[in-house]
Each structure stands twice: as C-alpha cells, then as structure tokens.
Design a protein around this ligand. Structure first.
Ligand code: PLP
Length: 400
C-alpha cells in the first residue's frame, strides 16, 4: 500500500467542491452570496496593520527569523493578560502557553499528544469537521454525542458521560460552537464540570476546550471557560485564535494553554512541524494586545456588527416559520433545519446554482444532520444577508 491506513481512512476537507463551484459562478459574473465559509470580512485592528508595516521598514532583520518554539516572550506575556481578561483564568506565560499558527494547529497538536490508535475522543454533534478529521488521522475513534436544536444545541450532560468508556482520552467542547452557533449556558458548563470530576474515568480523560469564538457572543458576558475551575484546569487544554475575533485568519495566529507537563509534550510537535508561528505576525499581535482599550473597543464593535448581521440573516427565516431556527448565542453561524423530508445536500447545491446562495449541507457536521444547513453570517452586509435569506425562502417555496 502506498499511503498510511489512517490517511486513507480520513475524509478530505468537505468544503472544497462547494467553494470551487461558488468561485466558478462568480467568475461567470453571477452574483454570489457567501454563507458557506467560516470567515469574516472586516479589517484587522489598526495597530496590527501598522506594526506589520513597521516590521517591513525595520532594519532589525531578526524580525524575519525564527521565534522561539513556544512563541515570542512579549506575545506570551500579552496573551496571559488577554486570557485573564477574556477567558478569566491565570496562566504562567512561560510554562503553560504556546503560540500556534491558528487554532487548528493547536487542536491538531493537542489531539496528537493525547490520542493513539483505538483511543476514543468524544465530539459533540453537530461537530467541527476538522476535529473529526484530526481524530481519524491519529488512528483514533470519534464517539459523537448529539445536541438537539430543541435544547439549543446543548447536549445532555448524562449523554456525554454515557459515551465515556475506558478508552476515552479526550472530550472536545467547542463553545461558542461551529457549526451550531450555540453558546452553552454558564450553568451548563458549571454542571458539566462538576459531573466530569465525579466520574471514575476522569483521571484518564482530558478536556479540549476550543474557544476560537470566545470573543464572539451575543448575550451576557464572556462564555464561561472550563479552565476557570481549579479542579478541571489540571486536565484542560484551552485553545483559541485571532482568525475571527481579529480577522487575522491568513496571518495564522492562535494559542494553546495547558498544564506545563502537557505543553512540554506539545512542543515536540510544534518543533517537528511548524517550529513557530510567523514571527512578524507574533510581534504585531503583541503590540495589538498591549493596546488594551483599543482591543476591547474593537471586539465590542465587531460583536455588535455580527449581531446585526445575524438578525438581518435570520429575520426572514424566522418570519417564514417553515425552518427550524435556533438563535445563535455566539460565533457566526446558524444551523437551520429544513421542513418536511427535504434533503439538504441537493437543496444546497440547487440553491447555489439557481439563486447564488452558498450554504453548507448539515451532513458534513454529522450524519444525523441531513436536513440541516449551516449558514455563516461572518461576511456580507446586512442588506446582502437579508437578500440571501429571502432567496432561501423563495427557493423553499419553489421546491415544496
Ligand atoms: C471551532 C473552530 N476551531 C478552529 C478553527 C480554526 O481556526 P484557525 O484559523 O485559528 O486555525 C475554526 C475555524 O473555522 C473553528 O471554527
């Protein structure tokens, strides 16, 4: 056999063919409404952009070299302050934190540290498909726990515990969630924390908390981080990034925080794969986070912008009443159920061909979501999102 079995077992990234078709339609001059990609279209913070220009003009050539594997010390210090204010727990920037090229690489690293062949990872379904891909790449097995729209896409705690077996090595939580847009209630996170530490298997399990959308929430304050709890933090890996919150996806900036023994293992993967995140980008991010007031104002503005976009997208769907719409509490996605027995896969492709609206069929996020669509409201003006949504309603009328 030419290729490793675990590579062959892993499905390719699911959005490639949808995105190719959307690009072709745009090239043909068609109007395309991009509700497919998990991307945002606002400007990064001004300090970041200014700092990148400074790097380019600087005579200090070391700015173009390697950074230390775990990240620039000034960025790790700035990140520990940022984590204290946005994630509400303290980390030691020298021993418990590494800068990664994005949250995906942090998740890949964390799952590589934890999973061997035949081990099990629990994912909440609908899940973020890259987590499934990574679990499969490790030769491990994903066990999924369904979260129903009727319960705000928040899974029942006993169903998570029921899924634990002696082979379970990690429970993956994404809060706020891609793709469901759920923001788990703080009380639920508290209850989950209490329940998992009581479980006899807890000492063999880690919690991987993907908080990529920590800055993007619509109700209340910051989502509760499991890392806040003294009894859970010693077995928790928290990761996040600046791809969405600061619109820096292409600069590949994220981080992972975990107990120092975990970080020591993670650095083996960092060093043997990417070595470090891009140094110039790290330098610019350190300066950006250092401007605390500006950072806070920037995040407040983007949250308000995304809340308006969410409403513009969802209002027509809610008024129409035929779709099952759960109001997203965070992130930039809605996961909506189609009526009757409509299969979302052909529906999504036909909707793109006929009305130029790009959506993602739900089965990519778990086989039980065949009648669901993920809609992203990270890009597009309120008017465009409203029109896209009206087109979904019109298409529904044409096809039913
Ligand atoms: C839940 C979640 N985690 C991680 C990522 C990856 O982000 P990054 O660009 O920081 O690698 C995404 C991107 O869509 C995401 O939705």
């Amino acid at each position: 056999m030419d290729f490793a079995e675990r590579i062959l077992q892993t499905d390719p990234p699911p959005l490639t063919s949808l995105m190719k078709r959307a690009a072709r339609l745009r090239a043909e001059g068609r109007r395309v409404f991009q509700l497919g990609q998990a991307a945002v279209d606002y400007h990064p913070p001004a300090t970041f952009l200014r700092s990148i220009v400074e790097v380019c003009q600087s005579k200090d050539l070391s700015l173009h070299g390697y950074a230390p594997d775990p990240g620039l010390p000034e960025l790790r210090n700035a990140l520990s302050d940022y984590i204290a204010r946005s994630f509400r727990f303290e980390v030691d920037p020298e021993r418990e934190l590494i800068v990664t090229p994005g949250a995906n690489h942090a998740a890949y690293t964390a799952l590589s540290v934890l999973l061997g062949p035949e081990d099990e990872a629990i994912l909440i379904s609908p899940y973020y498909f890259n987590h499934l891909m990574t679990v499969t790449l490790m030769g491990a097995r994903a066990k999924t726990v369904s979260a129903s729209p009727n319960h705000g896409y928040t899974p029942r705690i006993d169903s998570i515990l029921d899924a634990w077996t002696p082979r379970t090595r990690v429970l993956v939580l994404v809060n706020p969630s891609n793709p469901s847009g759920a923001r788990y209630p703080d009380d639920w996170v508290r209850e989950l924390g209490k329940a998992i530490v009581r479980d006899p298997h807890w000492s063999d399990v880690w919690l991987l908390s993907d908080q990529t959308y920590q800055e993007i929430f619509f109700d209340g304050g910051y989502p509760l981080s499991p890392g806040e709890f003294d009894d859970i933090r010693p077995r928790t890996v928290t990761l996040s990034s600046f791809s969405k919150s600061y619109a820096l996806a292409g600069w590949r900036l994220g981080f992972m925080t975990a107990p120092s023994n975990f970080i020591d293992e993670a650095l083996k993967i960092q060093d043997s794969s990417v070595i470090c995140a891009a140094k110039a980008a790290q330098w610019a991010l350190a300066r950006t986070l250092g401007q605390e007031e500006d950072s806070r104002r920037y995040s407040d503005e983007k949250r308000a912008l995304l809340a308006r976009r969410r409403d513009a997208l969802l209002d027509p769907l809610i008024k129409d009443r035929r779709l099952n719409v759960h109001m997203p509490g965070g992130a930039c996605f809605a996961f909506v159920g189609l009526p009757g027995d409509i299969d979302a896969d052909p529906f999504s492709w036909d909707l793109m061909e006929r009305h130029g609206v790009v959506t993602v069929p739900g089965y990519h996020f778990g086989p039980e979501w065949k009648q669901f669509l993920r809609l992203s409201f990270g890009t597009g003006s309120e008017n465009e999102l409203n029109e896209a949504s009206q087109r979904i309603v019109d298409f529904l009328t044409e096809t039913t």
